[in-house]
Design a protein around this ligand. Structure first.
Ligand SMILES: NC(=O)c1ccc[n+]([C@@H]2O[C@H](COP(=O)([O-])OP(=O)(O)OC[C@H]3O[C@@H](n4cnc5c(N)ncnc54)[C@H](O)[C@@H]3O)[C@@H](O)[C@H]2O)c1
Ligand SMILES: O=C(O)C(=O)C[C@@H](O)[C@H](O)[C@H](O)COP(=O)(O)O
Ligand SMILES: [Zn+2]
Length: 385
């Protein structure tokens, strides 16, 4: 029954539905407008006595009450938890705030978690869902471009460690992803650009026709034209679904989604989380990885310059920063390139201390392989301000 307080809301319009095919862990990604407020969006989810919306102090005031209202016909209790905002809070302390909320509100092993926010909220809520009572269902409700095109899909959940990004986490799939494109209209411009980095990423690793489309439609994307955003989210999710469907736990292929991340994660950790946005690290990291690909004879110079122009036009940095020194004796007075190398050795793709890079080839394919430290250091020096 509709509660007395329920206001009539616009009917949601699903523009595209992308399936992620993982056997019994399969789920749909719904992409559309006015989805958040429409109770019909939330039909067919696991039944429970309670739901918990996890959001943050920025997104909560914008959207939490609307989601809570739309969920009320489905769950007798709909709780809301607001976390502090920012990459610096992707920590154990924030994770514990989620567990505190779940336990203090009597949530049981059927409680459904809703991650309402960007990738930080999504990664932490997913990790909390994987752990609470050894696993409760969760739904991704991404509200940044980055989260709609990437982080809400595929089940990587994590928190950061001061020594490395996303170092503590789990693979744990959501039961549904709902991308309401309308939420992107309130996103700060810097965050929109950060999301474009992950959109651009899909071109060189998998789909050069999509890269052409992004180039042609970049002004429309930056102007937030709904049709352009809808296609960017849809095509990105299709590519990610295809890759994750073949390699859920990154035994091999999935690592291509890490293009730009080996350098990018070093920048994020090396400057202190939140100084550069994740998407900014990825944008600049793709430039570095492309230059390394060129030095290894995999990518032609004009293709590198094309990528640099696109990353720049998306409003992202194309020159790397000087990183801060780490703590401890082995960190003092390290030259910048050595500090990058030190941080990259912690990367999850590294094997027996050998850093693995996602490199790109002219044909629009990615390869994952090592490279000599001296060459990597030369590329870093050439790329850094
Ligand atoms: N799990 C994965 O596969 C995956 C993939 C890519 C990135 N990530 C992770 O995602 C994180 C980055 O995500 P992000 O770029 O979404 O950052 P974020 O979660 O920090 O969100 C960016 C900012 O935008 C605000 N915001 C969110 N939605 C808004 C809206 N609609 N209107 C106004 N403000 C809004 C947030 O409060 C925040 O200040 C990183 O931690 C990264 O490691 C994970
Ligand atoms: O889904 C993946 O796989 C990715 O690599 C997507 C990346 O954009 C994302 O930043 C991811 O969290 C990085 O994974 P990590 O394993 O390097 O932490
Ligand atoms: Zn990423």
């Amino acid at each position: 029954m509709t509660p007395a307080t329920h206001q009539p809301s616009a009917a949601g319009q699903v523009h595209a539905r992308v399936e992620i095919d993982l056997g019994e862990r399969s789920y749909p990604i719904l992409i559309g407008s006015s989805l958040l407020d429409d109770p019909a969006t939330w039909s067919g989810l696991p039944k429970a006595a309670s739901a918990l919306i996890v959001t943050n102090e920025t997104v909560g005031p914008l959207y939490a009450a609307r989601l809570q209202q739309a969920l009320r016909p489905h769950y007798p209790q709909v709780h809301v938890l607001s976390l502090p905002d920012g990459e610096a809070y992707k920590t154990w302390d924030s994770l514990n705030l989620i567990f505190d909320a779940l336990l203090s509100r009597g949530c049981d092993r059927k409680t459904v978690l809703f991650a309402l926010g960007g990738g930080v909220v999504g990664d932490m809520t997913g990790f909390a869902a994987a752990c609470y009572m050894r696993g409760v269902p969760f739904v991704q409700v991404p509200t940044t471009l980055l989260a709609q095109v990437d982080s809400s899909v595929g089940g990587k959940t994590a928190i950061n460690h001061p020594l490395g990004k996303n170092m503590i986490g789990a693979f744990y799939q959501p039961v549904r992803v709902v991308c309401d494109l309308d939420t992107l209209q309130t996103l700060p411009e810097r965050e929109l650009s950060a999301g474009l980095a992950e959109v651009i990423k899909y071109g060189p690793i998998h789909d050069l026709a999509f890269l052409d489309w992004i180039e042609a439609n970049l002004p429309a994307l930056r102007a937030r034209e709904p049709k352009a955003l809808a296609y960017a989210v849809q095509r990105s999710c299709e590519i990610k679904a295809e890759v994750v469907g073949q390699d859920e736990r990154e035994a091999g292929l999935r690592a291509i989604l890490n293009f730009g991340h080996t350098f990018g994660h070093a920048i994020e950790a090396g400057l202190g989380y939140g100084e550069w946005l994740h998407g900014e690290g990825v944008g600049c990291g793709m430039v570095m990885a492309a230059r390394l690909s060129q030095r290894l004879g995999l990518l032609a110079e004009d293709k590198v310059e094309r990528l640099v122009r696109l990353v720049d036009a998306a409003g992202l940095p194309v020159r790397g920063p000087q990183l801060k020194a780490g703590h401890g004796e082995d960190c003092a007075d390290l030259p910048n390139a050595q500090r990058y190398l030190q941080l990259m050795r912690v990367d999850k793709k590294a094997e027996a201390g050998e850093i693995k890079f996602v490199l790109v080839e002219d044909a629009g394919r990615a390869v994952v392989r090592g490279a000599p430290d001296a060459l990597v250091a030369e590329v870093i020096d050439a790329c850094c301000a």
